[in-house]
Design a protein around this ligand. Structure first.
Ligand code: IVH
Length: 665
């Protein structure tokens, strides 16, 4: 009786982990731990076949998809891979292959296991028509629009074949770190690793936003295997079709060769620009794959070999509460130094106070930390609670200014509401303004900014422009030369900044490079922008395609705050009033504005994405300056009249296609 209850509890536990991993993209256990649970479940089921329930994780392919995107049901499920962790398990896999092939020794291929999101792409007569996530294997989600934004994904193959291919969408470490840094600067929680960030990006509702995410693609499988006899032939065929395939593939003929190829990757993995969590070993010959077949969960002809996770245990020594630019208070753990993936880790993030409660962690506990996606370390779980553990106190007051903290409704984070008075918030906003992506003021580091704020020499970003070298040399560790450098860098920023960089520097919620540029292109100058009322600003921004209600009202709120206007006026008075240069777009539609109307062969959003990625500007309505109106079959007379009045040329979809190809019309 107890054994059965234990069995069911284990099933439920694994199902919950599946949900965290596949649905939330936010797993709470390491893969090794998950595989251990799964192995225990398998063993229990082998021992007590009468226990097996239809909802056991072993009885289906994968886990639940999330709901917001249309479902895609596939006839050939996307399987998973079984995992191995050491030589013995790999050897056992190889022996199983040999047995399964009646004694034949198969050649194998070894390739990196990309830590991304598995997807399927469908091409119809060479055209990309549908892209879906893996979901539970059988039912995935249609994320076509977001996938189309990935440059590596061919919208058209080189030949008009109808084919379904599978692969992995992922982010390179460098791109991931860049968008994470942006997130942190915008006061948002960073993604834990490139895999989560990719999953989140594929599920964005606005493809324009998705287009900004540095997503990449590699394909490695064809449903039905195409015309190939071996994996190498298959990849060569895919490559000929224009699909991105990995070049990092080795073919091995014997078990010792296999073991040394795998070993080699464990050392070389960091040479790849993206995170890999292991290698995949596959039988090379397609005929042998067929002979071996698959279980309901995974093929028998392939296996993953997982590298040891970048995890370590260490002791929590102390927790500091950091004040961010937006007033968010976040806990930062200090640990006994520990080696992790080639670096010494002393600090790791807890993200927020809830996380501390969720983990039930206290000072003195031994914890498991992981460098997820080999990047930011974070705490996964408590391994051992100390006898003399000291609870982590969530502060009631701001560690910088002492103001009682607040928790905004529906928000996990704690905030210091003293936006304009809190010294650390002030310093962080000034640092943000000076950042390379904003006003790019060199030599103005955090310690200098902190001193300037502490001594009351600056209270806002405009005060920077009143500073003198004499004031700076009074500060600690500032010599006459470096004082001069800082003053010059500040003066330089006045000349070189653009309006969009200044807007980025203001740190308005949701306003990064793309939207700052959209605002700047529209208003052209700071005086014009502050001459508008917040209501007018909101209305204007809503007319910019893709801007969104929330973002527009956040900007309007920013401009409704008298203290913000005051700072902007101070900036103008000090001559900080940059304009926005016209940007040179490249591509066949560079310099052209196009509007679309009527029913066309594909959704308007798709056409918009094509216009933009070809360097053109998509106009929601025909305006003065719109070059072309792409008209579908049922276009109304008013639209055509409108176009005529504004001097816009009306073209059909075929002519539009020619424009896209860079041909004359
Ligand atoms: S082959 C029948 N090759 O890993 C399954 N998968 O843990 C064929 N993955 O679902 C998959 N890199 O999303 C294959 N080079 C690679 C891979 C790879 C990453 C993913 C894939 C799969 C998951 C299994």
């Amino acid at each position: 009786m107890d054994a059965r209850a234990d069995y069911e509890r284990l099933c439920r536990e694994i199902l919950e982990h599946d949900r965290r991993y596949y649905v939330e993209n936010d797993p709470t256990v390491a893969d090794v731990e998950y595989d251990r649970l799964f192995a225990r479940l398998r063993a229990l089921e082998a021992e007590h076949p009468d226990f097996i329930v239809p909802w056991s994780p072993t009885q289906r392919v994968g886990a639940l998809p999330v709901s917001a995107f249309p479902k895609v049901v596939r006839a050939v499920p996307m399987l998973s891979l079984d995992n191995t962790y050491d030589e013995n398990e790999l050897t056992a896999f190889y022996e199983r292959l040999v047995r399964g092939l009646g004694g034949a020794r198969p050649a194998l291929v070894v390739e990196p296991k990309i830590d991304g999101i598995g997807i399927e792409l469908k091409y119809d007569a060479g055209e990309f028509v549908l892209g879906a996530t893996r979901g539970d294997g059988t039912i995935g989600e249609d994320v076509t629009q977001n996938l189309r934004t990935i440059r590596a994904l061919p919208l058209k193959l080189t030949r008009p074949v109808s084919v379904e291919v599978r692969g992995e969408v992922y982010m390179e470490r460098a791109g991931f770190e860049k968008i994470n840094a942006e997130r942190v600067r915008a006061g948002e929680e960073p993604w834990k690793n490139p895999r989560n960030s990719t999953g989140g990006s594929l599920k964005l509702l606005d493809p324009r936003e998705a287009a900004r995410r540095p997503m990449k693609l590699l394909t490695y499988e064809v449903v039905g295997d195409g015309p190939a006899k071996t994996h190498f032939e298959l990849l060569a065929w895919m490559k000929q079709l224009g699909l991105p395939v990995s070049t990092e593939i080795a073919r091995v003929e014997t078990l010792p060769e296999l073991l040394s190829a795998v070993e080699g990757w464990a050392d070389r993995r960091m040479e790849l620009p993206f995170a890999v969590d292991g290698v995949v070993i596959k039988v090379d010959e397609i005929a042998q794959r067929r002979e071996l077949g698959a279980t309901s969960r995974a093929p028998r002809w392939a296996i993953a070999y997982k590298f040891p996770a970048e995890q370590a245990t260490t002791r929590l020594l102390q927790v500091d509460w950091n004040v961010g630019r937006t007033g968010a208070i976040t806990p930062l753990g200090h640990f006994e130094p520990v080696e992790l993936g080639g670096t010494t880790v002393k600090r790791a993030s807890f993200f927020n106070a809830n996380q501390i409660r969720r983990l039930d962690v206290a000072v003195g506990d031994r914890v498991l930390i992981e460098k997820a996606g080999e990047i930011i370390p974070y705490v996964i779980t408590v391994m051992e609670r100390a006898h003399n553990r000291r609870p982590i106190e969530v502060p009631a007051n701001c560690p910088s200014c002492g103001t009682p903290l607040v928790r905004e409704e529906e928000q996990v984070a704690l905030y210091c509401p003293n936006t304009f008075g809190c010294p650390v918030q002030k310093a962080r906003s000034i640092e943000f303004f000076s950042h390379r992506d904003a006003m790019n003021i060199e030599h103005l580091g955090p310690s200098l900014v902190a001193q300037l704020v502490e001594r009351g020499l600056i209270g806002d970003v405009a005060d920077l422009y009143d500073l003198t070298a004499e004031q700076l040399v009074e500060l600690e560790r500032v010599g006459p030369k470096s004082a001069e450098n800082v003053i010059q860098a500040i003066a330089h920023s006045k000349k070189t900044a653009t309006l969009s960089r200044l807007l980025i520097g203001l740190g308005m919620p949701g306003i990064g490079e793309v939207w700052a540029r959209a605002i700047a292109e529209h208003y052209q100058s700071l005086p014009k922008l502050i001459a508008a009322t917040p209501e007018e600003i909101e209305k204007t921004l809503l007319e910019i395609h893709g801007f969104g209600d929330e973002r527009a009202s956040a900007v309007a709120r920013f401009f409704a705050e008298p203290r913000h206007r005051e700072v902007l006026e101070k900036l103008i008075a000090r001559g900080v009033s940059p304009s926005e240069p016209k940007i040179e777009r490249s591509g066949p539609l560079a310099g052209l504005r196009l509007c679309v109307t009527g029913t066309l062969s594909r959704p308007r959003s798709e056409i918009q994405a094509e216009i933009e990625s070809a360097g053109g500007v998509f106009d929601k309505t025909v305006k003065k300056g719109t070059h072309y109106l792409v008209a579908g079959a049922d276009v109304g007379a008013t639209k055509l009249n409108d176009a005529q009045k504004k001097g816009t040329r009306v073209i059909d979809e075929a002519a539009f296609e020619r424009l896209l190809r860079g041909e004359a019309i």
